[in-house]
Design a protein around this ligand. Sequence first.
Ligand code: ADP
Length: 219
Amino acid sequence: MKNHQFVIIGLGRFGSSLSKELVQLGYEVLGIDKDEEAVQDMSQLLTHAVVAESTDEEVLRSLGVRNFDCGVVAIGDDIQASILTTILLKDLGVKKVVAKAMSELHGRVLEKIGVDRVVYPERDMGIRVAHQLVSPNLLDYIELSKDYTIAELSVPKCLDGVSLQALNPRAKFGCSIVAINKPKGIIIAPSAGDVLTEKDVMVVIGTNHQIEQFEASVT
Ligand code: ADP
């Protein structure tokens, strides 16, 4: 078992999926929810799952949440409970507190009370799916800044057998292929002689505009 221990408060759709994944990754997870059924559903999957009201300081204290490295407040709809729980986790001394926000305003309040990271799962997934819908080859992407992105693109049929030298996206569009994920393994910093096949995934870095242009040219 690795060092990190997580306490996840709110075992709704987001909290339960997050906790399950952390357990699968080998971490200890204490799940807390005021709803008995939600706790019951997760009790076999998590290290510990307890029914408790997270806005009650004494309850959190008695559960020893201050000993956890990271606390995630995964309460969405009840904004008041989300804010109170976040303040309590910070006051009790949880090292890192992450909270889910349902709206920009909710997120701004969470930031003001000192949360270490705000996540917007619904908003972010909506944006991600929109990008994937308009770019058929786009599998995933990470925004490095407002302008720069790393995108994972599946290699379309028309590029099967094409070498990076022939494709040369750097000269034509300004973006670079920094890795090729092949069924046999990943090639990091591929050379000009490396050849793409239809089953590969290319990892491209560049501005959003450069990547869009490159993608449009091969779609
Ligand atoms: P999701 O969209 O991820 O399902 P919800 O806001 O619907 O998020 O669910 C959040 C979970 O948090 C629910 O299971 C709810 O019972 C739990 N919850 C809400 N308020 C509290 C609280 N004060 N203490 C403990 N659990 C809470």
